[in-house]
Write a protein that binds this ligand. Structure first.
Ligand SMILES: [Zn+2]
Length: 362
């Protein structure tokens, strides 16, 4: 389902009315997002891609677009809130949205970039899960295990890589043969419509809850074999290392940490490759290293939300500003493909060798 609605109408629909939940029961991240986009008239295009009804409350899936309407234009797309417990990812995207909404008002460089490149966002993919304080969606399906992707390398006992045993266990993929959940399907439809027509695009899907460092993962999740765009990722990593020598990211394939199946980005990446073999669509996952927040505040260990989100206000603020330069860097990268994507065969070959050595032969 897809319909277009003005932001203010959307806010009215969501924030008032006798038949829906009282505002104090409503998700703060969604309230903040709707408050922000209510002032986007003339700055960005806002679409409600779907509405998920939970009990008496409608939860909209909102997409924002800055830049041209032509989906063939190079794009950076940012996603968050796939897992309902990982609220900080949505908050980081709302923080960037706030920054962009100001920059387009006064910064000539930003306006210039947005004449030829697009910035797309779905900051909150699983609002019902976030409202219910659970990783999965309202049907207890893990949206990042829900795509029809099977891994041959997943050990049987390793249920966090995805399973179909029971919705009572986390990482549940949904029933075998069932269609994808509405949230996952909506993201796939959006990516096909708004990103696949482009010859060049980068995505970042923000998560938290794993590891001590911030990781920038590229495909695959399903296999430890190299994915076809290793040279482009190696070139991007080199640019990032040179441009921001003090950056904090560990860039690596997701499968270097663990293998999982049903990954939406594996699914979409393979589909795009089949349609457009000479195009470049690279979906990254930004996995924020939440173990560091727990190490600094042990009491977080005893809270479900504490395992995935920073608590102390100064730490939250730090996280909300820490990743903004990365989004800006990636936006500049789609604007300047000659630096990493439009490269000679000889350079590609040498980057491939370096990438294989760094990520796949150790
Ligand atoms: Zn996650």
């Amino acid at each position: 389902m897809r319909y277009r609605s003005t932001p203010s109408l959307l806010l009215a629909e969501y924030g008032s009315g006798a038949s829906i939940a009282a505002p104090e029961q409503v998700l703060p991240e969604l309230q903040e997002l709707l408050r922000l986009i209510a002032n986007f008239e003339g700055l960005a295009q806002v679409d409600t891609l779907a509405t998920i009804q939970h009990e008496s409350t409608p939860f909209p899936l909102v997409a924002i677009r800055f830049g041209p309407s032509d989906p063939a234009a190079p794009a950076l797309a940012l996603f968050g809130g796939v897992h309902g417990l990982e609220r900080i990812g949505t908050q980081v995207l709302i923080s960037y949205l706030q920054t962009m909404a100001e920059l387009v008002k006064w910064d000539r460089n930003t306006r210039e970039m947005l004449k030829t490149t697009r910035l797309l966002m779905i900051p909150l993919i699983n609002p019902v899960g976030m409202h219910l304080r659970r990783r999965s969606n309202g049907n207890r399906v893990d949206l990042m295990r829900n795509a029809p992707v099977v891994s041959d390398e997943l050990a049987r006992w390793h249920i966090f890589g995805g399973h179909r045993i029971s919705p009572r266990l986390p990482w549940y993929q949904g029933k075998r043969g069932a269609s994808m959940e509405i949230e996952a399907q909506t993201v796939c439809d959006f990516v096909r419509r708004e990103i696949f027509p482009a010859k060049l695009s980068l995505c970042v899907d923000v998560h938290s809850g794993y590891g001590k460092v911030d990781r920038l993962w590229f495909p695959y999740a399903k296999t430890r074999k190299p994915f076809p765009h290793v040279p482009e990722v190696m070139a991007l990593k080199h640019l990032l290392d040179q441009t921001y020598p003090n950056h904090i990211y560990c860039v690596e394939p997701q499968s270097r940490q663990y293998v999982s199946q049903g990954d939406l980005w594996d699914y979409l990446y393979d589909e795009y490759r089949a349609q457009c073999p000479d195009g470049c669509f690279i979906p990254f996952t930004l996995e924020l290293g939440s173990w560091l927040w727990i190490k600094k505040n042990w009491s977080q260990l005893f809270s479900r939300l504490g395992l995935f989100n920073p608590w102390r206000p100064h730490r939250v603020r730090r996280i909300l500003r820490r990743h903004l330069f990365l989004f800006d860097f990636l936006h500049r990268a789609v604007q300047s493909p000659e630096a990493w994507a439009d490269i000679s065969e000889a350079r590609r070959h040498s980057l491939l060798e370096r990438g294989l050595k760094l990520w796949f032969r150790t």
